[in-house]
Each structure stands twice: as structure tokens, then as C-alpha cells.
Design a protein around this ligand. Structure first.
Ligand code: ADP
Ligand code: MG
Length: 647
């Protein structure tokens, strides 16, 4: 590499803007050659085409016609990524209006080009700090642009232009917005950079500024008027450490940077973000809370059913198509006896229950009496606590005996003495208490299972219910794995006995199954609600991201001008959407759990499980990715000059 090497060459470059039906010729056949180490000032009045020329030189814009080569490469033939690489590594751009990111600190602003170049974080910040110190801003690293003077901001911008150590500095009226003193400082800085071996192209409309340059090119109405030419050889190219930037930032570094930016823009607009996210928050919260309630009710149903026993078959009078089960008089104790002959049937309990008033002494108590068989304690796994249960002889003899549930015993016998051997009046008939059941406790649904009396079914039918038919038959099978086959046999026997199917047979497994199916329908419903609210939430996110792209067009322009590839911008906005939605997911989970705990406090069974929460969270994040894509693509496709020009 020689000092006389041509690094920029424009040949007959035209740039035309079509506004309405008039065509503005911003550049009208410009040819210009810049060699390494030159300090060129381009001078002209406002509107003469200087910025247009500079944007083409800096690969922010493309000429309408003509050729432009950078380091021997024809710019028109470079891909967007290769152009981004040129902006990142070959050029350092200094703008009249500084073009710093308002939400980033001075240090972070300086770092941006090196982020896209893929420099690791610690090197980046050290390098940025070093540059800021060199430019006299060492104590301003953590300040945001609004906290800096114009001259300081421009020095930050120069530090940013230098951070990737580019051979060419392009400065478009860098002193235009500065007071004389700051302007001179900036010019002195540019001269120093030139002395270090950098090529400088400076745009100005002021004679005194141009006088600092070694070559002055005058431009008017898009044409070069004069060129002082005769470049004097500059100093040797700088020997500052060169980094290998070939591929741009690695994926992981880009993601890291995008996460940071996402977090920042989320903070800047926290209220709006939360409002946008309401759909997602409510959706996720609904899923978490409702599924917890659903799981709770499912568990309750399961508990109730399995506390009943999975080896039980239940027969009730009436079947589908028979209007009133109460009218069915065919289910009788003899049916139970017949069923008992099936080998796998351990017991078959003929049962009927009714509401009665029990009296002992002067205490009246409304409760339930259940007529059943002698095998009840073993069939239901419910032993007698005191005394004994009635036996088959009692059944045969229609014995007027009762066994008390614990609650009934406690209510009627308040003096603490044993009820066994006493008589209680049931429907004004004296019944001998022969036993008290052990305590069973509350059923999962809250019913007190001990609030009952038991009497032989025969006695019950004749003396209490005045009916000859049963309310149900409960069958306990010996081998639960054979329950389906046994159930078929039961049906065959009953059909033969009744000559019609006027009964229903169900086992606990099938009841369990039905309960599960109901539960599944419920879950599906919840899932649909959640999906709809996530969809609505996603549209909200897309909307806000589109607004965000419009609002931040200038930021996108700055990032592109300092070397971001389309991929980097795409990634940034996509990750922002995903982060925002993930945050919504987290808030939704918290809200849902809060609601769940509130419901639990109010007495509901609520069981939280991690799967729906994780699923909802994943859905929310995915929503962000899907709905963030369109705005992100819009951002990435922006033209750097257009984006930079936006207010
Ligand atoms: P300078 O920087 O020398 O003041 P510019 O290069 O910005 O001048 O503009 C040169 C000419 O091109 C001006 O007449 C300006 O109005 C026109 N121009 C610049 N940018 C656009 C654009 N995006 N659309 C239409 N006309 C433009
Ligand atoms: Mg201009």
C-alpha cells in the first residue's frame, strides 16, 4: 500500500431526484479521485449537491448513473452486506447534526460501530473510553447526548467515527452547528487525524474551514467548478492496531446487543409497552389461573371417585330413553343375590337411602338413613368403630337395628356414653343401636360422610321406605383388572331377569374416564381462549413495533450508517418484539398466579402446574417473534439515507 494509492474514484456520477414532474439534478457528472492520505475539502453553497456527493462516497446512497469505486471495488456491484462492511470499516462518518443515539451514553454511542464489527464487550468499552479520553471527554463517558454541549457531542461523533480505525473520515459540515471555538477544536482534531495518515474528506460552505485542507474542490449546481488538485503526499498510514472484521458481528454478539437495546427501548416507553401487552398479559394470566382451577377441580373429582374405589360397579335403575328412573320398580334385592353368583363378584350390596328424623331422648336430628347389605364395611373399606355391623341373619329377620355414623352418634348421644345397646326412634319406630362406624371424615366435595345411619336393606324397605325396589346396587369385584368382563356378565344377568334394559351399569373407571373427558374439553376451551387472546395481543405488538420503527427510523439510519447490516437491524427489532412479549408472558404468569392464590384463599382447590405456565410463556415469546417479523423487516429494508434524513 502506497501513499499515492487511489482509494476513492468517481467517474461521471449523476444523481437525480424526481419530485412530482420535475427532476432535480443534485449531481450532474461529477468525476473525482481521492488518494490515500489526502485532506480534501469540498466547498459549495447550500443546495449545491455536497451532501448528496458525500452520501454516495460513504456508500449510504447510490448514484443514478456513473461509476464509483472504493479501494478498486465498484460500489454498484457490492451487496448490501458488503456496503455495510465498507461503512463499518473503511469509512468513519461525521455528520453536521452529530446523529448520536439519544438513549445511549457517550461511551455506548462510540461503541456502536465496533459492536457491528464483532469486537468483544470488554475490548469495546476500553477502546471507546480510550478514544473519548483522547478527545478530552474521559469524564463524560456515562453522559447521554442531551447532557453534552454541541462541541462535546461532535467529539463523541468523531470518536465513534474512529472506533473501528477506518482509513477514511468523511465529515459533512462537522462545524456547521458549532460555535467558533468548538468548531476550531473539531478542525484541529481532523488535522491531527490527517497527520496520523488518515484520508479526510470534509464538506463545508465556509472559506476559513476549507483553508485547513490541502486540497479544495468547489462544487456548484451538482458540477465541479474547480479543483486545487495537486495532492501532497500525506504521512504514512497509521500503525494503529487493526482488527479482523471480515464477517461482522458473530450471531451471539448481535443477539446480546439486540437484547440490551430491547431492554432500553422497553424502559423508555414502559407505560405504552405495558398497555400494548395487556392482551398477552391477560391471555397468559387466564391460561395460568384457569388451568390451575381446572386442575384443582379435576383433582377433586378424581379424589372423590377414587375414594369410592376403582373396584366398584354401580347399578342404578333407569337407562337412556326411560323418562323417570324413580318409576323403575324392577331393581330388587333378588337382583343383588343373583349378581353375587358371578365368580369375580365379591359382594353385591342392595341399597336405598332416604331422609329421616332420628330421635334419642329429646334430641331430634335430620339425617340420612341408608339401607344396605351386611358386607358394607368390607366393600367400602369402612370398618366399624364400636359394637358391630348387622349380619345376614339381621337381614333375613328384618331386624330393627341401626349402625350410627360418627356424626349422628355425637349429635344424639351428647353425654359421651356409648350408644350401643340404646334405642333411637326412626320415623317413630324404635331401632336398636348395635354399632358405631369409625370416623370417615369429609368427602373431597366437603360432604360429611359420617352424617348417616345404616340399617339392613330388608328392614329399610319394609319399615322405612315402604317400597320394594332399590335405589342402587353397589358391586365390589375381586379382580379389578377383570372389571369390564364382570360388568358384561352383570348386564347379561340383569337383562335376563328384567327382560329389558331398564338399568344403567357403570364402573368407577368409566366414570373416571367421563370425568377426564369433560376435563379435556374444558382444557381445550381454555386453550382456545388463550390462543385468541395471544393472537389479539400479537396484533397489538405488531402495531406497536410498526410505530416504533417509524419513531426510530433515525436510529435505524444511524445504525446503518455506522455499519449495521440488514441482518443486525432485523435481529434487533425481532428480538425487541420477543423480549417485550416474553416480559408480557412473565407478567401474565405472575398475574395468573396471583389470581390463583386469591381463588385458593377464597376456598377453591387450585393446583398450579409448570407446564401451562411454560407453554403460555413460550407462546407469548413466539407471538413476539412472529408478529415482530413484519415491522423488523420493514426496518431492515429502510434506505440508510432516507432513514438518516427522517426527523
Ligand atoms: P448541500 O448539501 O450542498 O446543501 P444537497 O446535496 O443536500 O446539497 O442537495 C442538493 C440538491 O438536491 C438540492 O437542490 C436538494 O434540494 C436536492 N435534494 C437532496 N436530497 C433530496 C431528496 N431526497 N429528494 C429530492 N431532492 C433532494
Ligand atoms: Mg448538506
Amino acid at each position: 500500500m502506497t501513499t499515492n494509492e487511489i482509494i476513492l474514484e468517481l467517474r461521471d456520477v449523476h444523481k437525480e431526484y424526481a419530485t412530482g414532474d420535475t427532476v432535480v439534478r443534485a449531481l450532474d457528472g461529477v468525476s473525482l479521485t481521492v488518494r490515500r492520505g489526502e485532506f480534501v475539502a469540498i466547498m459549495g453553497q447550500s443546495g449545491s449537491g455536497k451532501s448528496t456527493l458525500m452520501n454516495i462516497i460513504g456508500c449510504l446512497d447510490r448514484p443514478t448513473s456513473g461509476s464509483y469505486t472504493v479501494l478498486g471495488q465498484e460500489a454498484a456491484r457490492l451487496s448490501p452486506d458488503e456496503l455495510a462492511a465498507l461503512r463499518r470499516e473503511t469509512f468513519g462518518f461525521v455528520f453536521q447534526r452529530y446523529n448520536l443515539l439519544a438513549t445511549a451514553t457517550a461511551g455506548e454511542n462510540v461503541e456502536i460501530p465496533s459492536v457491528y464489527a464483532g469486537l468483544p464487550k470488554h475490548k469495546r468499552s476500553a477502546h471507546a473510553r480510550g478514544l473519548l479520553e483522547r478527545l478530552g471527554l474521559g469524564d463524560r463517558t456515562g453522559h447521554r447526548p442531551a447532557e453534552l454541549s454541541g462541541g462535546q457531542q461532535q467529539r463523541v461523533a468523531i470518536a465513534r467515527a474512529l472506533v473501528n480505525d477506518p482509513p477514511v473520515i468523511l465529515a459533512d459540515e462537522p462545524t456547521g452547528a458549532l460555535d467558533t471555538k468548538s468548531g476550531e477544536e473539531v478542525l484541529a482534531l481532523l488535522k491531527k487525524l490527517h497527520a496520523e495518515g488518515r484520508t479526510i474528506v470534509l464538506i463545508t460552505h465556509a472559506e476559513n474551514v476549507a483553508s485547513h485542507a490541502s486540497r479544495v474542490v468547489h462544487i456548484q449546481d451538482g458540477k465541479i467548478l474547480s479543483d486545487s488538485g495537486a495532492p501532497e503526499p500525506g504521512a504514512a498510514p497509521s500503525a494503529i492496531e487493526r482488527h479482523d472484521y471480515s464477517g461482522g458481528a458473530p450471531f451471539f454478539a448481535s443477539v446480546q446487543e439486540a437484547l440490551l437495546t430491547a431492554w432500553r427501548s422497553l424502559q423508555v416507553n414502559i407505560f405504552r409497552t405495558v398497555l400494548t401487552l395487556l392482551g398477552i398479559i391477560i391471555g397468559v394470566a387466564a391460561v395460568v389461573a384457569m388451568l390451575a382451577v381446572g386442575e384443582g377441580s379435576r383433582q377433586k373429582v378424581l379424589d372423590r371417585i377414587s375414594s369410592f374405589g376403582t373396584n366398584l360397579i354401580l347399578i342404578r335403575p333407569g337407562a337412556a330413553g326411560i323418562r323417570n328412573a324413580g318409576d323403575i320398580v324392577t331393581l330388587v334385592p333378588e337382583d343383588a343375590a343373583a349378581i353375587k353368583t358371578i365368580p369375580n363378584v365379591e359382594t353385591a350390596l342392595p341399597e336405598r337411602s332416604g331422609r329421616i328424623t332420628a330421635r334419642y331422648g329429646n334430641i331430634d336430628y335430620q339425617t340420612t338413613i341408608q339401607g344396605t347389605g351386611a358386607d358394607f364395611p368390607s366393600a367400602r373399606d369402612w370398618p366399624v368403630g364400636e359394637g358391630q355391623f348387622f349380619n345376614d341373619d339381621d337381614l333375613k329377620q328384618y331386624a330393627p337395628v341401626v349402625v350410627l355414623g360418627k356424626t349422628v352418634a355425637k349429635t344424639l348421644f351428647t353425654d359421651g356414653r356409648s350408644p350401643v345397646g340404646k334405642y333411637v326412634l326412626v320415623k317413630n319406630v324404635p331401632f336398636l343401636v348395635i354399632g358405631v362406624m369409625s370416623e370417615k371424615g369429609a368427602a373431597p366435595n366437603g360432604n360429611d360422610q359420617d352424617d348417616v345411619l345404616f340399617t339392613p336393606i330388608t328392614t329399610g324397605l319394609v319399615r322405612l321406605f315402604g317400597k320394594s325396589y332399590l335405589g342402587s346396587i353397589t358391586i365390589k369385584v375381586a379382580d379389578a383388572t377383570q372389571i369390564e368382563a364382570t360388568q358384561d356378565q352383570v348386564e347379561t344377568i340383569l337383562k335376563a331377569r328384567h327382560r329389558t334394559e331398564d338399568f344403567s351399569v357403570r364402573n368407577m373407571a368409566s366414570i373416571l374416564q367421563a370425568a377426564m373427558e369433560t376435563q379435556d374439553t374444558f382444557t381445550l376451551l381454555l386453550g382456545t381462549v388463550a390462543a385468541i387472546s395471544l393472537l389479539v395481543g400479537g396484533i397489538g405488538v405488531m402495531n406497536i413495533m410498526l410505530v416504533s420503527v417509524v419513531e426510530r427510523t433515525r436510529e435505524i439510519g444511524i445504525r446503518m450508517a455506522t455499519g449495521a447490516r440488514m441482518r443486525d437491524i432485523l435481529l434487533q427489532f425481532n428480538i425487541e418484539a420477543a423480549v417485550v412479549c416474553a416480559a408480557g408472558g412473565v407478567l401474565g404468569i405472575l398475574l395468573g398466579m396471583g389470581a390463583g392464590f386469591a381463588l385458593r384463599y377464597s376456598g377453591m382447590t387450585v393446583i398450579f402446574s409448570p407446564t401451562p405456565a411454560l407453554l403460555a410463556f413460550a407462546c407469548a415469546s413466539a407471538t413476539g417473534l412472529v408478529f415482530g417479523y413484519l415491522p423488523a423487516r420493514k426496518a431492515a429494508r429502510l434506505d440508510p439515507v432516507v432513514a438518516l434524513a427522517s426527523e
